[in-house]
Design a protein around this ligand. Structure first.
Ligand code: MN
Length: 206
């Protein structure tokens, strides 16, 4: 069970009588998962979330993930989300916090491969030290990504995300634009926004 205080900011920002987002909940599985949600809010972005000790530690990626190891992209730390959020796909109504449509762009297990001087770090330790390394086992993204607490512009919430060399690295693939379908429903943002079942729609696994 997650420490309920971790979700205080999440709850404070939302009116659950208006939004269909989950207020809490979600069960841990056999191992930690990651999810990347595409979100057409006032500024289109992707939300990268990692299951850590009962919540989803979250970063907003204004430009989405890159598979090019030479590219460093901004990752803005945002409030922890409940585990149940990993299944959320839908439209947050006009006027509500984060108004716009959300799809589950990629999802899967991840492995924490964070270390310091050859010593393995837990995820909370790696987050505190400001260097997190995770191997993703997604449908679109695989291989090791690094998150570095670079504090760009003096902002404590500003991290950088980069793809490490090796498995999954590819300077030409642009999945953020060429693979727009939800891995949960097969629908694009536009199809979810229109309330339509996309041509590739599949039943959700649970
Ligand atoms: Mn978002």
């Amino acid at each position: 069970m997650a420490d309920p205080d971790k979700l205080r900011d999440y709850r404070a920002k939302r009116d659950f009588s208006r939004t269909g987002e989950p207020a809490a909940g979600g069960a841990a599985g056999d191992g930690p998962i990651f999810v990347i949600q595409e979100h057409s809010a006032s500024h289109h972005h992707f939300d990268f979330r990692l299951e850590v000790e009962g919540v989803l530690v979250s970063f907003a990626l204004p430009k989405g993930p890159s598979l090019d190891p030479s590219e460093r992209r901004l990752a803005v730390r945002t409030e922890d989300h409940p585990l149940a959020y990993a299944d959320f796909e839908g439209t947050i109504p006009e006027g509500a916090y984060g108004a716009g449509t959300v799809i589950v762009w990629d999802r899967g297990p991840y492995e924490n491969v964070s270390e310091k001087d050859g010593q393995a770090l837990t995820m909370p330790e790696a987050l505190a030290k400001g260097h997190v390394r995770v191997r993703l086992f997604g449908r679109k993204l695989t291989g090791v990504f690094s998150l570095v607490h670079a504090r760009l512009g003096g902002e404590d919430r500003n991290w950088l995300i980069l793809k490490e060399q090796g498995e999954g690295a590819d300077a030409r693939r642009r999945p953020a634009t060429t693979q727009p379908e939800s891995v949960a429903s097969g629908r694009t943002l536009a199809e979810v926004a229109a309330g339509a079942a996309g041509k590739g729609a599949r039943r959700r696994r649970k």
